[in-house]
Write a protein that binds this ligand. Structure first.
Ligand code: B12
Ligand code: SF4
Length: 517
């Protein structure tokens, strides 16, 4: 009897709570499928040219939109509902059989259906990569014309540095608001504001928008997030017909990098300041992946050695996971600057190996000191060999990134860079090489460099695989071409030949001719 009474009391309490919840979220009551925000991830697979090269390159895996997942998890903590929809996963199985027009139509149908079901206040699109801009703009203009009363929002790396172009009324992109830089707190504040009868966008930090007078307003940026306030990623907010195993599996501890490279967006995006995740979140992310059978986990931090304390936390977490799931392995990346003295970091490398780091990628970028100085890499070519030797001595495989066609590069210096790559491969100091052409991404210093004369303005060509330069290098005073796109491409081809000779890796160059040079 007593138990029944308790049960009833409990039931009444639950009912009261439930009714309270219903009161606070009437939209949910009216429509159980309601979400305050729908996040769509850029469907780069919907573009055939990109899709085929992607599929060849990545073995068909898709990338999980981590940034939007983090925002969605944070919103949930603030009692705001959202779903993250990786659009690729909805067209993925049929991709080889659909025409471009059919794929685009399929995208539109998915967006229409999802928006119809969830009736969100905000429809948000991820715009992290420049090469996805044309596809995202197709989606945003379609969405706005179909749902004129909803707010169309974009955010991410590329969007942050392209807000003026994206919001230009004459461009008719359908975008109402650009969220700049980190999105967690801004999206919470924006969603709450838009729920009011007379929202005032002027007070939302971190956004750009068009005001009533048709003027683009860039509100002041928001302070950086304290990552300890963000809950662990909630994978259940991913809305995808594919299992998580179809996505590349990664984890990240530190946002930002101390480097100042001229070709990278990081210095302007993260202001060369680091913020650390909570160890608890990081471990939960790793645990989730390892528990689900992921054996190779990429640690996405720009630089695993970026901070002493951060490094210790990362290692402790990796060790824990490695002990619990012994077959798990990790891949990480770092900078040559940490290897100024040959003995420097030997102990840390040993710790990495013990914790399961099997391969470490290093941003070598060039074998020419002159080019490295132009890039502002902050290290000497002589540091590279001992650095790789030390990594190998610790039992860790090495990978090196290379870039061709940086402003300031000459043919002689690029040849020097190729010879350096070959020497390192010959000495078996490198187990992998990733070579690309420089891309003038918005937000980088080289995008404003007068030596970079862009002739290909099709954003689809900005970055996927970085195989084709979209510019010639010129002398700004005379306008004379000093290194043409074809010549830069020639250096990349030579690099890929060298890689094939030593590592047997076939180059995957999308079938796109170099234009107008
Ligand atoms: C991890 C990573 C990858 C991973 C996977 C990406 C993923 N989907 O998870 C891999 C290794 C696959 C990858 C590959 C490439 N990458 Co990458 N990558 C990164 C990296 C290091 C971290 C991204 C990340 O997860 N950050 C952690 C999350 C929490 O932060 P976030 O994504 O920035 O998200 C926050 C904000 O940006 C914002 N936000 C993000 N999205 C959205 C969306 C909305 C709606 C809103 C409101 C806000 C918002 O809020 C989020 C939370 O605060 C960044 C550099 C960096 N440090 O940011 C480069 C970066 C994004 N990559 C870049 C590039 C160029 C590439 C490649 C094209 C390289 C190549 N040559 O092949 C490929 C292409 C990938 C592809 N899919 O085809 C460039 C993009 C530059 C550009 N303008 O295009 C970056 C910025 C590196 C750089 N500094 O140049 N990459
Ligand atoms: S290229 Fe690498 S080292 Fe340089 S600023 Fe970007 S993330 Fe940092």
């Amino acid at each position: 009897m007593e138990t029944l009474k308790n049960n009833l009391e409990e039931q009444n309490k639950n009912l009261a709570n439930f009714q309270e919840e219903q009161k606070s979220n009437p939209e949910q009551e009216a429509n159980p499928q309601h979400k305050d925000v729908l996040f769509f991830d850029a469907p780069y697979h919907s573009d055939q040219e990109l899709a085929y090269s992607m599929i060849k390159d990545s073995g068909q895996n898709m990338d999980l939109p981590r940034g939007m997942l983090s925002i969605s998890s944070y919103m949930q903590q603030h009692e705001l509902t959202s779903s993250v929809i990786p659009l690729d996963s909805y067209i993925y199985p049929e991709i080889q059989d659909l025409s471009q027009a059919e794929m685009t139509q399929k995208m539109y149908n998915i967006i229409d259906q999802k928006v119809h079901d969830a009736d969100p206040k905000i429809i948000a699109f991820g715009l992290m990569y420049t090469f996805t801009e044309p596809i995202v703009l197709e989606m945003t203009s379609h969405t706005k014309s179909k749902f004129p009363d909803k707010k169309v929002v974009v955010g991410g790396n590329h969007a942050t540095f392209s807000d003026l172009e994206l919001l230009d009324p004459s461009a008719k992109t359908g975008i109402d608001i650009v969220v700049r830089f980190e999105g967690e707190e801004t999206m919470v504040k924006l969603t709450q504001e838009l729920q009011k009868p007379n929202p005032d966008l002027a007070k939302i930090k971190g956004i750009s928008y068009v005001n009533e007078r048709g003027k683009i307003v860039q509100n002041s940026p928001r302070e950086r997030m304290n990552l300890y306030q963000i809950p662990p990623l909630d994978y259940s907010s991913i809305d995808s017909p594919e299992g998580l195993e179809k996505f590349n599996q990664t984890a990240m501890f530190i946002r930002g990098c101390k480097g100042n490279c001229a070709f990278c967006t990081s210095p302007n995006y993260w202001s060369r300041e680091l913020s650390e995740n909570s160890i608890n979140n990081f471990e939960q992310e790793l645990e989730f992946l390892a528990k689900n059978g992921v054996e190779i986990i990429g640690i996405l931090d720009d630089d695993i050695l970026a901070s002493e304390q951060g490094f210790e936390s990362i290692i402790k977490s990796l060790e824990k996971i490695k002990t619990k799931y012994p077959t798990t392995r990790f891949i990480a990346q770092t900078r040559v600057t940490h290897f100024r003295n040959p003995e420097q970091n030997q102990e840390k490398l040993t710790k990495m190996k013990q914790a399961g780091v099997d391969r470490l990628y290093v941003g070598i970028e060039s074998g020419s000191q002159q080019i490295l100085n132009q890039m502002a890499k902050g290290y000497k070519v002589e540091w590279v060999k001992p650095a790789l030797e030390n990594i190998k001595d610790a039992g860790i495989e090495t990978g090196g990134f290379w870039l061709f066609g940086h402003p300031g590069a000459t043919k002689e210096e690029e040849n020097r860079s190729l010879a350096f790559m070959e020497e390192l491969l010959e000495k078996r100091l490198l187990d992998d090489v990733e070579a690309h052409c420089v891309v003038p991404f918005p937000g980088t210093r080289i995008a404003k460099d007068l030596r970079v004369q862009v002739f290909d303005h099709n954003k689809k060509h900005y970055g996927l695989l970085n195989n084709y330069p979209v510019y010639n290098l010129v002398n700004p005073e005379t306008g004379k071409i000093e290194m043409s796109a074809s010549e830069i491409f020639g250096f990349l081809q030579q690099a890929l030949e060298i890689r094939k000779k030593y590592l047997g890796i076939e180059a995957n160059l999308a079938n796109r001719p170099l234009e107008k040079n």
